[in-house]
Design a protein around this ligand. Sequence first.
Ligand SMILES: Cc1cc2nc3c(=O)[nH]c(=O)nc-3n(C[C@H](O)[C@H](O)[C@H](O)COP(=O)(O)O)c2cc1C
Length: 178
Amino acid sequence: MKRIIVISTSLRHGSNSDMLADKFVEGAKAAGNDVEKISLSDKSIQFCKGCMGCHKLGRCIINDDVNDIMAKVMEAEVVVWATPIYYYEMCGQMKTLIDRMNAMYGRDYKFRDIYLLTTAADNDPETPKRAETGLGGWIACYPKSHLAGTIFCGGVNEPKAIEGHAKLQEAFEMGKSI
Ligand SMILES: Cc1cc2nc3c(=O)[nH]c(=O)nc-3n(C[C@H](O)[C@H](O)[C@H](O)COP(=O)(O)O)c2cc1C
């Protein structure tokens, strides 16, 4: 049994990437893992100010929802990110959360396997590559971890357009395989 945190970063109702995340959660739970999903849609997350106060305090100086999320990431063995592709990259709220969790940098952590689930209007397999590279920058700062898997579902633009898509089953299987 592994402790898994799934961070769903889309803020929209009927989010396609959130539906991929839900399927991943279903699979991971079916395999007996301890899974917690967090949606950023009900979270308050400000921008990083770059003050570096986090390196003295071990947490961010800003009192919003980030410190709680970061504590959960630090305890997880598996971290799953779900994001819509915005301008061929991860969405801004995902990047903001990554920046705000800077207090983790230089500290020990338990996560080893990182997964990235993405959705986009464009169906070209190249569409999520910059988001994967961007997340790779975060992973490079935590060298005991690695990108263990990705799922990209293109061709979905409207809310819930992903319904019935084969990628949902793929996400279930990936979650189950952990
Ligand atoms: C600001 C913004 C930027 C977007 N940029 C892209 C893009 O670069 N390529 C693409 O194929 N789709 C793009 N889209 C479409 C979304 O990726 C697509 O609707 C996706 O399914 C949304 O996922 P969600 O439902 O989980 O939010 C963009 C949408 C928005 C709102």
